[in-house]
Structure formats: C-alpha cells, structure tokens
Design a protein around this ligand. Structure first.
Ligand code: PHE
Ligand code: NA
Length: 446
C-alpha cells in the first residue's frame, strides 16, 4: 500500500478542465436554462450568481483545501486533517458519506449516460426523422420499457468510464478531458451558431434574460441555491478527490472563480442553443428529461439538417455526462486503491463493477421492477432522492463547517492568500452564510 505513488495533475489547465468537466453536466444543459426562463430571467441569473458566490464557491474551495492538505482519498484526508487539528477522527464520516454519495449517484447517472448513447446512435440512424409527437414519445417509452436496451447502454457507458479511470489521473482523467472538453466547447458554439440562424434567437434571449423580479420569491432563491450546489458537483467527495491531486502552487480562490465562470457560461449558452430550436418549431417548453429526450428529438426529426444537429447535440450531452461520470468514480477508486493492496487498475474494476451492478437495479425500475417501491419510490427515484436530498447537502454542510470552524483560521487564511479584509469576508461567509444557505435548502426540501 505504502509504495503506491500519489498522482498529481500535470498543470493548472488540466485541473481546471477536469473540475469543469465534472461540473458541466445535465444540470447545465437540462436544468439551468429552463430555471432561468421560468423564474425571472436576468433576475434569476443575478440571484444565482449571488448564491454561487456565497454558497457554491466557499464549499468548492473548502473541499479542494481538504483534499490538497490530505493528499489522500476524502475519508483519510478528513481523518488526518481532523487529527492534526486536535479534533475527532470521526470527521472521517464526511469523506465516507461523500464517497458513498458518489457511488450511489454514478449507478443511476450511468443509466442516463446510456440513454444519451442510445440517442446519439438513433440520431445517426435517422430514427427521429419525420416522426410526430406520438412517434417520438413512443421511442422514449419504448427505450425505458426495454431492460435489454437500457442494460446495453448502461454497460457500454460504464465500460467507457472504467476504461478512462483505470488508466489513472494523468493518462486517464487528463487524457479524456483534454479532448472531450474542447470538443464540448466546439459543439456548443456550433449549436448556438445554428440557433442564431433560426430567426428565433431574439425570442430565446428575451425568454432567458428579460428580468422579471415579480417571479422571484423564497422558493426561487432556494432553488437557485440548490442549483449552485449541485452544478459544482459538491458534497460527493469529487472535489476533495480532485483536490488531493493538487500541489501547493495553485491558487484555490482564483481557480474556483475560473471553474465557476466556465460552468455558468456553459449553462447560459446551452439555453441559447436549445430554446431557439424549441421556439422555431413551435414546441412546448418543458424541463428535464422531456425536453432533452422528447421535445428536442421531435424538432430534430422535422427540420433541415436535423440529423447532423441531433448528432452534435447528443454527442455534447454524452461528453458532458462522461466527464461527470469519471469524476464520480474517482473518489470511490481512490478510496479502494488507498485502503486495499489492490492496484489502480484492479481498484477501478472493483468499484466499477459494484456501481454497474447497482445500476442494473436502477434501470429495472423503469420496467420489470416498476412495482418495487421503497418509501413509495422506485429504486431509481430512491437513489436519486437519498443522494440529492440527504447525503449531498449533509456532506457539503459538514465540509464547510469543518474548514470554517475546526481548522485553524490563520492557516486557512494563508493558504487562500487572503489579506485582513479578505479574511474577515471569508470568515463571515464560510462560518455563517454558506452553512445557513445549505441548511435552508436542506430543510425546505424535506
Ligand atoms: N455538476 C453536474 C451538473 O451540473 C451534476 C453532477 C452531479 C455531476 C453529481 C457529477 C456528479 O450537471
Ligand atoms: Na454544472
């Protein structure tokens, strides 16, 4: 165990690509644009930016700081830091719940990754072409009803994830994000370019940015705060694990700012790529899976150049899902690798196989096990609820509380390169505002 070398990112750029790759996911593409349009446009964006600055950023920095100081998997990093701060090693539970959250999320996230692969393939075979609304809906429900199809998608997706993560941080993770992130950027730009030619770009702009403060209420603020947390992949040990491969030179605050700007940019631009297509085809607005897997394919199937646009869109979605999925597997693998005599490769196989197996239970929830309900939820929804409502917020909350209240303040101030005023601002935000924000979201979601 002890002769294993702990890896490091080869540059600040690849770290930024990897962290942004984790952050950019379904939350940016299918959730944020709709929230903006539905909850007050520019007024929502303004509130979101406040939330991400006051809640997202401090927790992101806190997780990186724990990882970098520990240079180990989230559980051991928390234990070591707690011990040297004279606190209980029981803080280890924060790392463990993060790793557990990542494991549970990946099991069903991979099922959605499989949908995305299937839709990429369906784009190429022209399966959407000339279909009406009923035909497109039947395609989606037909996929969900087929355990075999879902299993193939889930398995192929997990194999890709395992293949990347098994090769380690430098060859695997960095190698993947170096090509996937630029490709993602190019696809997004081309899709927005297309949106500009539809004649409905202005409508999309005003849908997303017309400020309407009347729509902003407490619920909207809470939703913005929840999104700020989810969009940065917080509370899952991901950012702790990624931080553990950081070395001392990197400025955490500046790097967090860059990742947040990129994540927000992708979210905003996604809306400007999607909404012109929806409006130009006179389709109904919806959010979530319906928008991506029903509304958009309907549009693609009935417009000129739809096959190529559809292919580009689902590739974009697949790349976004893949770079998030590898970040979900990483904390689990790092934990197994450091706590057992297994090699990186073997650890990835073990962690990947366990995730894959649980994913099968999740995909059966759409068909043969649809009647299996636990607390009134099918297995897929149960995994989603347990993680997003409980594990994630609690883990994120404890992480920021630990850094703000348990670690020595002077050390953290120096590590973040803060002056006197900066330190005061950090103290107020990290000790009070961010924790209260997470607690508010947690309580209101119950
Ligand atoms: N941050 C991703 C998004 O915004 C979501 C995600 C959650 C990614 C959990 C990885 C793990 O879509
Ligand atoms: Na995101």
């Amino acid at each position: 165990m002890s002769n294993k070398q702990h890896a490091h990112w080869s540059s600040r750029l690849t770290f930024i690509l990897a962290a942004t790759g984790s952050a950019v996911g379904l939350g940016n593409i299918w959730k944020f644009p709709y929230m903006v349009g539905d909850s007050g446009g520019a007024a929502f964006v303004l509130i979101y930016l406040l939330c991400i600055g006051l809640v997202g950023l401090p927790i992101l920095v806190a997780e990186w700081l724990v990882g970098r100081r520990g240079q180990k998997n989230p559980a051991n990093a928390m234990a070591d830091l707690a011990k040297s701060a004279g606190a209980s090693r029981g803080w280890m539970i924060v790392g463990i719940s993060g790793i557990l959250g990542a494991f549970l999320i990946l099991s069903f996230y991979s099922v959605i990754g499989g949908w995305s692969l299937y839709y990429t393939l369906s784009s190429v075979t022209g399966a959407f072409s000339g279909q009406d609304a009923d035909g497109i809906s039947a395609l989606f429900s037909g996929m969900l009803a087929s355990p075999g199809l879902l299993l193939v998608g889930h398995s192929v997706f997990m194999l890709l994830v395992i293949g990347i993560v098994a090769r380690g941080v430098t060859k695997g993770l960095e190698g993947a994000v170096r090509s996937l992130m630029p490709a993602l950027g190019v696809l997004l730009v081309v899709l927005v370019g297309y949106g500009m030619t539809t004649g409905y770009f202005g409508e999309a702009l005003s849908f997303m940015f017309n400020p309407d403060f009347a729509k902003v209420d407490g619920g909207v603020v809470l939703a913005a705060m929840g999104q700020a947390f989810f969009t940065l992949s917080l509370g899952m040990g991901i950012m702790m694990a990624y931080g553990s491969y950081l070395n001392e030179e990197i400025n955490l605050l500046k790097t967090a700012r860059t990742v947040i700007i990129l994540d927000t940019l992708v979210a905003l631009v996604s809306g400007l790529a999607i909404f012109p297509i929806v409006f130009a085809n006179g389709l109904d607005l919806s959010s979530g899976p319906g928008l991506i897997f029903v509304t958009l394919p309907l549009a693609f199937g009935n417009m000129g150049g739809g096959v190529i646009l559809s292919l580009m869109f689902f590739l974009l979605l697949t790349f976004a899902a893949l770079t998030s999925a590898i970040s979900l597997l990483e904390p689990v693998v790092e934990f197994v690798e450091e706590r057992t005599p297994l090699s990186r490769f073997a650890s990835t196989l073990v962690a990947g196989a366990a995730t894959w197996a649980l994913g099968i239970a999740a995909l059966l929830a759409f068909n043969v096990w649809s009647d299996v309900l636990i607390f009134g939820l099918n297995i897929f929804d149960l995994l989603d609820t347990v993680t997003s409502k409980f594990l994630l917020p609690l883990t994120g909350l404890l992480a920021i509380v630990f850094v703000a209240w348990v670690l020595d303040r002077e050390g953290v101030r120096r590590e973040l390169g803060l002056g006197e005023t900066g330190a005061k601002v950090w103290t107020v935000i990290s000790r009070f505002i961010a924790p209260i924000g997470v607690i508010a979201v947690f309580v209101s979601s119950l």
